[in-house]
Design a protein around this ligand. Sequence first.
Ligand code: MN
Length: 565
Amino acid sequence: MTEWLKKYPPQSMVTKAYEFAGEAHKDMKRLNGDSYITHCLAVAKTVHDWRLDETSVAAALLHDVVEDTVYTIQNIEKDFGGEITFLVNGLTKLKTFQYSSKDQNVENMRKLIIAFSKDLRVVIIKLADRLHNMQTLEVLPLDDQKRIALETAEIYAPLAYRFGMQRLSGELEDLAFPYLYPNEYEWLLKTVKEEFSERQIYANKLKPIVQKLLRENEIIPVGIDSRAKRYFSLYKKLLRHDMNLEKIYDLVAIRIIVKTVEECYAVLGIIHKIWQPLPGRIKDYIARPKPNGYRSLHTIVFSVDNKITEIQIRTEEMHEEAELGIAAHWAYEQIKSSEKHWKNWLGVRERKELLWVEQLRNWQKNFSNQKEFIESLKIDFFKDRIFVITPQNDVIDLPAGATPVDFAYRIHSEIGNQCVGAKVNGKVVSLNCELRSGDVIEIITQRGKKPSPEWLKFIKTSLAANYIKNALRAKNKLLLKKIAPLGIEFKIVNKDRPGYLKDITAAFAELKINIIFLASQIDQKSIFSTVSVKCGNLERDKLEKLLVKLKAIPETKEVHHKFGR
Ligand code: MN
C-alpha cells in the first residue's frame, strides 16, 4: 500500500505530509473499520499514479485534515507553505458543495466547482477522492449511498470526461450504477455475462490474426488488446437500442496501438482490405477529435466468420491521453516536442457548450514548461464569468464585473425594477459593487420603486439595460432623452419611379410617424437614387414594422437606418 511512497525522499513534502496526516487522523476510523489514513493514502496514490506533481500528492494526503481533525489551515500553512495550503483550502471548500437532484443547473454546478477550485489540481485531487469514496461506498447508509452515487454520475463523471479522463469517467459511472439502478444493474449483469465472455473469446482469437497481418505489412504494433465496454455506458446504449444486445457492436472491441499517426491510417487500410467495413461506421477522431480531446480511429468490420467487430486504432500518446486526459500533460517531459500534438488536440471548435474546456486547452499550449503551466492553472480560467449564489442556493452565471442590479434582473424583471439594496454574504453593499464568484446575494426590494437611470452607468448585462430602459421610458419620457438617441435617420436606396416618394411618406403616415426631414438624391452615374428621411425616436416594434413596410415598397433596394440627431 505504501510502496509507492518510497519514491519520495524522507525530507520531501510528500513524506512530511504523510507523517502529518497520520498524526492528525491517528484516532479516526473509517466506517468500514480501516484506519482513516488508508483513505488519504489511496487518494494520494491515485494522484501519484496520474503523475501529478509532488505538491498535489502532498495536498492529497492532507485533504481531509482541516475538515475532520483539530488541525487548522494555519497549522498546514506553517508546516507546508502557501502552495499546498492553497490546494488543501480549495479541497476543504469543495466539501461544502452538495448536489441534490432538485438542482436544475447541473452544468453550472460543474462550472462552479471548477471556478471555485481556482486551480485545476484541486479538481483533479477531488476526483481521486471521489473515486476512493465510490470504491468504499458500500459501508455508508443507504441515503448517503444514493446521494453520493447520483452526485458522482451527474457531476464528477462528466467533469472527468470533459477533462479527457475517460477511464476515470467510466469507472466512476460503473461504481455509481448499482447504487442508482440496482435492478437494471442486476438485469444487465445476468444478460450480458455470457455474451461478454463469448465475444471476449472471439476477440482473443482475432488478435494473432491481426498481429500476423500487420507484420506482413511491416508494421510492428506496440500492443493489441481487447477492451470490454463499461457496464453503465453499455446500459445507456441499450436504452437507445431497444435493449437489443445484437445491435451493440462494441461490446468487446479490439484495440491496436501503433507508433505513429501514419501507421494508424495504414493499419486502417490493411484491416479494410481483408475485412469489409460496415458502411458509415468509420470514425476518424484523429482528424476531428472529440470535444474532450479524444483521438483514435474507429471502424466496425465483418471479421472472421462474418462477425461484426469494432476495431480502434491509435498511437501510444493518444492512448495515454484517452486514459489520463488533462493529467497526461504532466506526464510529458518534453513539452516542446508535443506542441504539434496540442494543436491537434485543440482542433475542435464547433461545440459551444464545451468552450470552457477548450479555453483551458488553448491555454495549456501557450506554456513552454511544466512549471509555467502549473502556475497558470492557478489563474481563474473563467476570467470572463462569475458564479454567484441565491439565498435558495441556485447558481447564477454572470459576466465578470456584474453588480447586484444585474443579479436582480437576472432573477426577475420586477425584482430588478423594485430593487433598493443588496446584501452580499450577509453584509449590506452598494448597488454598484462588483460581485465575485461564490458570493451569496440577497436583493432588498421595495414595492412601487422604479429603477434609476444612474444604474445604466455601472450595470454589465444587456438584460438589465433593456429592462431599465423600458421601465424608465414608461416612467418619464423626458428622462429617455438623456439616455437614448434623439431620432432615426433612414437611407433608402431605390430605383426611381413616379410616385416612389409618395409611397415612402405614406408608409410613415400609416404608422403615424412624423417626418422631420426628407430629401431625395439622384446620382447621375448610377441607376439608383437615395432617399433620406429623418423622424423622431421610435419604439422597437414600430421601427421594425416601418422597416418591413419600406422594404416592401416596389423598387426599394436597400434600407439603412441609424440613430442620431
Ligand atoms: Mn476524502
